[in-house]
Design a protein around this ligand. Structure first.
Ligand code: FAD
Length: 423
């Protein structure tokens, strides 16, 4: 790969494929296309992302709390794309001009540079959605980036150092409480990591781990709504065994003075509050002039092309692909982002070779949720799985992704790092 100034690129290149966003979708697209294209396809691949690395968000459960460094979840483009014919522009997309087959890149509101394309792939992902609950935005830590995971580690550390200096045991317990709001897969994974990793740290410092309170708050009547009921029960039992205080059916009303006030007058000491209440499409996307659905995700057809724009593909969390089998828009999941990106890369190759396009058929073979570093729940091929097997399967999905976008070298290096992580 090569980092380039967009002004140095030939504006008249006949087959430039510009990929905006180097997350699960963008990086999969780029590596799939780079591996499968031939010299005769005459394709130039340009990846645009302001960051020099992908944030592997689904790996955050490994590193969100405790001793492992959150930077583990960074996959650096220079490492992953080593030796591949990919040009990288470290900048952001400002706007799309489909009528001129070009995008404008540059800082928000600042000077922009035009970059022409033959095909454009939009893979800009999503952002955490934080509702207007009083006090929430000011106090909550979201869990959508490596920086968020670092913030959480810092906040836990600060409150622990302060909390242990208090003489009153009740006050001490309140000061070192952690609350996770939202019991979907992300919230459950994060609370499981906190409940598994903090007690040994507290014990190591000579304090009583029983003084730590970890809360999981959910407005709906149960956790992990996407999983079969038997798996939800197993997950609840596991969390309770780990000492997590689960509060179901209680919406968050406000956050004030380190306390979360829930429906029904329940007060939960929450000096550290993690918000895992969902995500929405990047609001920038609706300003690019493409058709978006009510949630702001860009509508795409059966070939993953933006509605009314044959030269633009949209993939990953930013795309609203309606599964013809279920009639529902695909959820924001890395596994769909990856499959869409592979399909779009094949689509671009077919177009270059003047072959007909095949419609995208989504499928899901399994889903795994970690609860702490050594236990998980989920399903695969219609069968429920739990315990160490589920966690092995979950970690295997990481390894498969590293092999897919990188190589056996990258996967081997990262697998060793993962296995050596001290919990
Ligand atoms: C904590 C957590 C755990 C998760 N666990 C799982 C899991 O176990 N399994 C699963 O399937 N999914 C999981 N997900 C969901 C999964 O991470 C997302 O579905 C996935 O990241 C979507 O990939 P993407 O490529 O569309 O977006 P992203 O991975 O978010 O990448 C978007 C990229 O676009 C770039 N970008 C954004 N705007 C611009 C712009 N204007 N110009 C240029 N570049 C831009 C960003 O810098 C980023 O690199 C998890 C998510 C979180 C937060």
């Amino acid at each position: 790969m090569e980092a380039v100034d967009p002004r140095s690129l030939n504006p008249a290149h006949p087959r430039r494929v510009v990929v905006v966003g180097g997350g699960y979708a963008g990086l999969t697209f780029v590596t799939t296309l780079a591996h499968r294209m031939k010299v005769s396809d005459d394709i130039e691949i340009v990846l645009v992302d302001p960051r020099p690395y992908q944030q592997a968000l689904s790996e955050l459960d490994l590193v969100a709390a405790g001793t492992p460094r959150p930077q583990f979840a960074e996959l650096w483009y220079a490492d992953v794309l080593r030796g591949l014919p990919v040009k990288v522009v470290y900048d952001r997309l400002e706007s799309v001009c489909p009528e001129k087959d070009c995008i404008e890149i540059g800082p928000r509101g600042g000077p922009t540079v035009n970059l022409t394309y033959w095909r454009l792939v939009l893979a800009t992902g999503a952002l955490p959605s934080v509702p207007p609950v009083p006090g929430l935005r000011e106090t909550a830590i979201t869990m959508w980036s490596v920086a968020d995971a670092m913030d959480l580690q810092r906040a836990i550390e600060e409150h622990f150092r302060y909390g242990v200096t208090l003489c009153d045991p009740r006050e001490r317990t309140c000061a070192i409480s952690v609350t996770v709001v939202g019991a979907g897969a992300t919230g459950v994974e994060i609370v499981g990591t906190i409940a598994a990793r903090l007690p040994p740290m507290i014990k190591h410092a000579g304090h009583d781990p029983k003084e730590l309170t970890v809360n999981l708050v959910e407005g709906r009547p149960d956790i992990l709504y996407d999983l079969p009921e038997a798996q939800r029960i197993r997950a609840r039992r596991r969390l309770q065994k780990m000492g997590v205080n689960i509060l179901l059916g209680r919406k968050l009303e406000r956050v004030e003075g380190g306390v979360a006030y829930l429906e029904g007058g329940v007060e939960v000491p929450s000096p550290v509050l993690v918000w895992c209440g969902g995500a929405h499409a990047d609001p920038d996307a609706v300003q690019w002039g493409l058709v978006a659905d009510n949630s702001g995700r860009l509508v795409c057809d059966e070939n993953l092309k933006a509605q009314d724009h044959a030269a633009i593909y949209v993939v990953g969390d930013v795309a609203a692909f309606r599964d013809p089998a279920t009639g529902r828009v695909l959820p924001m999941l890395a596994q769909f982002a990856i499959r869409e990106a592979e399909h779009a890369a094949e689509g671009v190759l077919h177009e270059a070779r003047e072959l007909p396009l095949q419609p995208f058929v989504p499928n899901m073979h399994g889903e795994f949720v970690s609860i702490g570093p050594r236990w998980g729940v989920g399903w695969m091929f219609g069968l429920n799985v739990s315990g160490w097997f589920a966690i092995v399967m979950k970690r295997l999905t990481y390894v498969m992704y590293w092999v897919q976008v990188g190589s056996f070298r990258l996967a081997w290096k990262r697998t060793l790092q993962m296995l050596r992580m001290r919990h």
